[in-house]
Design a protein around this ligand. Structure first.
Ligand SMILES: NC(=O)c1ccc[n+]([C@@H]2O[C@H](COP(=O)([O-])OP(=O)(O)OC[C@H]3O[C@@H](n4cnc5c(N)ncnc54)[C@H](O)[C@@H]3O)[C@@H](O)[C@H]2O)c1
Length: 295
């Protein structure tokens, strides 16, 4: 089975590629940046930009069975400073991939949408049936991406991922940032008062879900990919401080970004109903942090 992974050099993409190779898939990896990869006979890398470059030769030369589309702007802050770019990548880039998916009749397209599409809400955990109300350009571009996918007649699974964390040198998730700071005994400065709540899911669990969902008899579904458990940034720091033996005072600044969602906890009932095997394999947050600490 040939799987095209767009965004293969990224945080989630590189973890998905590893999992696919472990499971015996052939991977056609696409990313605009070159990567450290990977001398593996089942792996080929194409340095392409999904906005500007034509990818059709890859579809002509290989029989692509599945697409996992993870190329995108994943940064809410960047979407505020440069909403045009965010829309280009997350919407136009996705449309380019969808056109090829349709033309070459791929079996299924999987992609990562985001908790950001829900915006602020009062009932937790958030179900997939909640009416989306994004408060950032990023949330809006991901929601628009979802709508384009549903418009085209391609089997799909859209995973709405909560906050993904895990080891990656360039990792920009908050747990990896704290890991770097705490390991080096550096000061931590938080914008806001630390009461924001997030639902952190380990990147290897995310990769497992994508690979499992490729051939599972599930399609045309939007599914939260999350733990369903919320933790405040303050509590996260307390847990990590114990694991890292970190004793510095935390500085909280009054600057609250108005695009920052206060509480984001996504129900994973649908995920566990469609993929019951996940129930016992989701990584507990403390274990995930220890993995990062000692990896
Ligand atoms: N990390 C999270 O917590 C999280 C949560 C929800 C959803 N997501 C979504 O998952 C996807 C992957 O996120 P990530 O955390 O791995 O981000 P990432 O930034 O690490 O990876 C994205 C990859 O896409 C590539 N890319 C960007 N623009 C491109 C273009 N024009 N052409 C080709 N490649 C391009 C980048 O080079 C990068 O390697 C994104 O769509 C993001 O919105 C991530």
């Amino acid at each position: 089975m040939n799987v095209l992974v767009a965004g293969a050099a990224g945080f989630i993409g590189s973890s998905v590629v590893k999992k696919l190779l472990e499971c015996g898939y052939c991977v056609l990896a696409v990313d605009k940046v070159n990567t450290e990869y990977l001398s593996n006979e089942n792996f080929a890398f194409f340095q392409r930009d999904i906005i500007k470059d034509d990818l059709e030769d890859i579809f002509k030369n290989y029989q692509i069975d599945y697409i996992i589309h993870l190329a995108g702007v994943s940064n809410v802050g960047l979407s505020i400073t440069n909403p045009e770019y965010d829309a280009q990548v997350n919407i136009v880039g996705t449309i380019n991939i969808l056109n090829l998916a349709k033309k070459y009749k791929i079996k299924k397209l999987l992609t990562a949408s985001s908790a950001a599409i829900y915006g602020n809400t009062n009932s937790f955990p958030i179900q997939e049936t909640n009416i989306p109300n994004p408060i950032s350009p990023y949330g809006l571009s991901k929601l628009t991406m979802e709508k384009y996918i549903k418009l085209l007649d391609i089997p799909y699974i859209i995973f709405r991922c909560s906050n993904v964390y895990g080891k990656k040198e360039s990792g920009c998730d908050i747990i990896t940032k704290f890991d770097n700071l705490m390991k080096n005994n550096k000061e931590i400065v938080i914008s806001g008062d630390g009461t924001n709540v997030r639902d952190f899911i380990y990147v290897k669990d995310v990769a497992k879900a994508f690979v499992k969902a490729l051939t599972a008899p599930v399609e045309n579904e939007v599914i939260n990919l999350s733990t369903g458990i919320g933790i405040s940034i303050k509590d996260l720091i307390n847990i990590m401080s114990k694991i890292y033996d970190y004793n510095q005072e935390i500085t909280y600044t009054p600057v609250v970004k108005d695009y920052d969602i206060q509480t984001s906890i996504l129900s994973n009932n649908k995920l566990l109903t469609l993929f019951p095997a996940f129930a016992n394999t989701l990584t507990d947050l403390e274990n995930g942090i220890r993995n990062i600490r000692y990896e």
